[in-house]
Design a protein around this ligand. Structure first.
Ligand code: GLC
Ligand code: MG
Length: 419
């Protein structure tokens, strides 16, 4: 959060499963569209917040499976754990706040008396969250009785039902909505309240997000019955909340457009990327576009492959150099000449941060992720680009590309591997 010097232009607070991540889209197309839009147009001055019901263990697992960007803030375990940055530094103040009027032992004792409740896996039981499965038909009755029992024991808690099967017991002050309100207050105190906030969700535990003042909300097209019902009963006439016509991340893009929150065209939706005209140099956009170009060529999705390849070359300096993570150095031209097609190839960039180092030169740092079939691998990439002698419409010239492996990812040593 500290990287922004002033108020974020937009803060997106999004649920993950069935909102940012579409588990019914094996090609991951909608999240890849969102990623390209976010990195090209928002990353530099906006905040990305993920708010999930998952514990840190299951959150990290999802990150390995799906092409997810790195958020600025990660809120996990249904708003009971807030962490910041790449290192995921926990917010200790939030933990202390939630400790008030909370006794997990009482929850364990009382819930064990309900035969309708089945305990979820050990990873999902957290300091401020007890989670169970319960059949849809029994949910309302169980929630009511359990609430009475816990209140009698002096506990100030809330019970949330999601996805037609999950029941979470949390401290009253917790939940995705309260965690967002807390984040807003923190940002406000630092003089950095976002100009706009967009909350995105699909299920019961997301409802609270839509109750926070000054927040725009999108229930994605595939929203669960319990969320739609909550909306019908509580927020039907609120113009700041929409039910998107598109699924998952595509619904988020739709909401950005609907509420006029900023650019809403992902480079992935632009067929002729060489035709994309700009009125100023935009290194983040150039990086996103370059890799999309690259992906389309490798997937053999382009009609005139030769012209395409020469377009790719035309943005590289003839003396440009590429340093492979293994240490091998080649000219950028050589790399392009050796390119091979790969049908299942996907590439996306994460945390694209350009910095101006000279009047016409930028260093752009980012993580480049690639998927070939099931495998994902990542490289920390540093690129030097120049605008010398060019007009913005011509894009930037790539002078130097340097990559190092991201620790913990598979290291591909195939020599057809490039950029
Ligand atoms: C996630 C969590 C689970 C929780 C559910 C609903 O699936 O893993 O523990 O019950 O979200 O909040
Ligand atoms: Mg969800």
């Amino acid at each position: 959060m500290d990287r922004l010097m002033s108020s974020p232009r937009l803060m997106i607070v999004s649920d993950l499963d069935h909102t940012m991540v579409d588990h019914h889209d094996p090609e991951n197309l909608s999240i890849l569209r969102f990623n390209a839009l976010w990195e090209a147009k928002y990353r530099h001055d906006s905040l990305l917040v993920f708010s999930t019901g998952r514990s840190p263990v299951l959150y990290k697992q999802l990150r390995k499976e799906k092409p997810m960007l790195t958020p600025d803030v990660t809120i996990m375990s249904v708003g009971t754990e807030i962490t910041y940055g790449n290192e995921m530094v926990p917010d200790e103040g939030w933990v202390e706040f939630l400790n008030q009027k909370w006794d997990k032992n009482v929850v364990t004792e009382e819930t064990s008396k309900f035969s309708e409740l089945t305990l979820q896996s050990e990873t999902e039981q957290r300091q401020h969250k007890a989670s169970f499965y319960v059949e849809k038909e029994k949910a309302q009755e169980v929630m009511k009785t359990l609430c009475e029992h816990l209140t009698k024991r002096g506990l100030d808690m809330k019970i949330i039902y999601s996805g037609g099967m999950d029941l979470d017991v949390l401290p009253q002050g917790a939940g995705k909505g309260q965690a967002l309100a807390y984040l807003h207050k923190k940002l406000k105190d630092a003089g950095k309240l976002p100009k706009n906030t967009l909350a995105c969700g699909d299920s019961g535990n997301d409802a609270e997000l839509f109750t926070i003042p000054d927040v725009h909300g999108v229930m994605v097209q595939n929203a669960q019955e319990e969320l739609l019902q909550w909306h019908a009963e509580n927020a039907k006439n609120n113009p700041k909340i929409i039910h998107a016509t598109e699924r998952c991340a595509a619904g988020i893009i739709e909401a950005i457009g609907h509420f006029n929150l900023g650019p809403n065209i992902s480079s992935r939706d632009v067929t002729d990327l060489s035709d994309a005209k700009l009125d100023h140099f935009d290194p983040a956009y150039e990086v996103v576009k370059f890799y999309l170009f690259f992906e389309r060529w490798r997937r053999a999705e382009v009609e005139n492959a030769e012209v395409y390849l020469s377009n790719l070359k035309s943005v590289c300096s003839p003396s440009g150099v590429f340093v492979h993570p293994s240490g091998v150095e080649q000219s950028l031209y050589d790399c392009i000449n050796k390119l091979k097609a790969y049908e299942q190839y996907r590439v996306w960039v994460d945390q694209v941060f350009p910095s101006h180092i000279d009047s016409d030169t930028w260093i752009v740092k980012f993580k480049k992720w690639e998927q070939t079939g099931e495998e994902q691998q990542g490289c920390l990439t540093t690129v030097v680009v120049s605008s010398k002698g060019l007009k913005p419409t011509e894009g930037l010239t790539w002078l130097h590309v340097h990559q190092t492996w991201i620790a913990g990812t598979t290291q591909n040593t195939r020599n057809d591997w490039f950029l």
